[in-house]
Design a protein around this ligand. Structure first.
Ligand code: AMP
Ligand code: ZN
Length: 116
């Protein structure tokens, strides 16, 4: 729990969210401004600012995030059709909320551009 962190507050239930999945390691909820019919944020319960803070000691944080992405994609019926996962990192990566989160986008043909 980091002071004044939006996603820590959502995890603690202090700010409402539309939860779609949770387990001992992660919470996943609908993005408030969806960029695709399915747009879910997968957030580790442990606060880490961004991928820029990743190191040998905390890299295990990623495993439950991707396992959750797989489970959610299956539950949403897009595992076979396809989906996209994105981590935005720091300013030029377009990160707005500094609590690590994986975007899961699906439900339409996603564009080929990865930014630009
Ligand atoms: P990023 O730009 O990668 O940091 O993504 C932050 C995402 O959080 C954006 O897609 C926002 O739409 C989303 N977001 C911001 N506030 C909330 C909220 N209260 N509940 C759900 N999603 C949110
Ligand atoms: Zn946080």
């Amino acid at each position: 729990m980091k002071e004044n962190c939006l996603f820590c507050k959502i995890i603690e239930g202090k700010i409402p969210s539309e939860k779609v999945y949770e387990d001992a390691s992660v919470v996943a909820f609908k993005d408030i401004h969806p960029k695709a019919p399915i747009h879910i944020l997968i957030v580790p319960r442990t606060h880490l600012d961004s991928l820029a803070s990743l190191n040998e000691q905390n890299i295990d944080i990623l495993k439950p995030i991707f396992l959750a992405a797989h489970k959610i994609a299956k539950k949403e019926g897009v595992l076979e059709k396809g989906f996209r996962t994105v981590f935005n990192c720091n300013q030029e990566g377009g990160q707005a909320v500094y609590h690590l989160h994986l975007h899961l986008l699906a439900g339409k043909q996603l564009g080929g551009a990865m930014g630009g």
